[in-house]
Design a protein around this ligand. Structure first.
Ligand SMILES: [Ca+2]
Length: 196
């Protein structure tokens, strides 16, 4: 038992359990994937003393992409993680989409401030409730494979490609991980893998 505990701590500090794709300090990896209406911006800003990514445009009519929607040189192409975690602050409508590959083909999981959930063709929707856009920082953790299997019990997650935001607001600390739940501390303060 002692050996197992030590192994978990070692994995934790070697960063094998999670990959951070955003810590808020550099917005240059983001692209504006829907720039109509024009004028949308994405920047690294300081909020409560912490670097975060801020999206400023025409609300949900603009979109901002990290990674890619499909396999490409920009895509995360993470075939190990089954879960995702991010922090966000919105005070109006938003939509966060996670683009993945499954054994049954590409899927988009998207999360917003509605309260329903549904699946239409390759798109799977989960509402996080109106409280998710109350203007305060929220940390969202989703088991992507479970979210897929709730609608497709015989499907499996194969790869995660990227993350898209619609809406005016902020995000921070986007990471993919496996079975160990990340601690409630800023993951940028521990030596985990940073994806450039
Ligand atoms: Ca940060």
């Amino acid at each position: 038992m002692k050996i197992k505990i030590l192994l978990l701590i070692t994995l934790f500090f070697n960063g094998l359990w999670a990959t951070t794709y955003e810590n808020g300090e550099d917005a240059s990896d983001w692209t504006i994937s829907d720039n109509r209406p024009s004028g949308a911006t994405v920047n690294s800003v300081v909020d409560n003393g912490n670097n975060v990514i801020e999206f400023n445009g025409s609300g949900v009519r603009n979109a901002y992409l990290l990674g890619d929607k499909r396999d490409s040189s920009d895509a995360w192409s993470n075939d190990e993680a089954k879960k995702i975690k991010w922090s966000m602050k919105f005070n109006k409508s938003f939509r966060i989409s996670v683009f993945v590959e499954t054994t049954k083909g590409p899927r988009v999981l998207y999360y917003d401030n509605r309260s329903s959930k549904s699946k239409r063709r390759t798109k799977i929707h989960y509402g996080l409730g109106s409280d998710s856009s109350n203007g305060e920082w929220k940390t969202i953790t989703r088991d992507l494979e479970s979210d897929i299997q709730e609608f497709e019990s015989d499907n499996e997650l194969e790869m995660v490609y990227g993350f898209e935001v619609r809406g005016n607001g902020m995000v921070d600390d986007i990471l993919l991980f496996n079975s160990i739940v990340p601690p409630a501390i800023d993951p940028t303060t521990i030596p985990i893998t940073i994806f450039d």
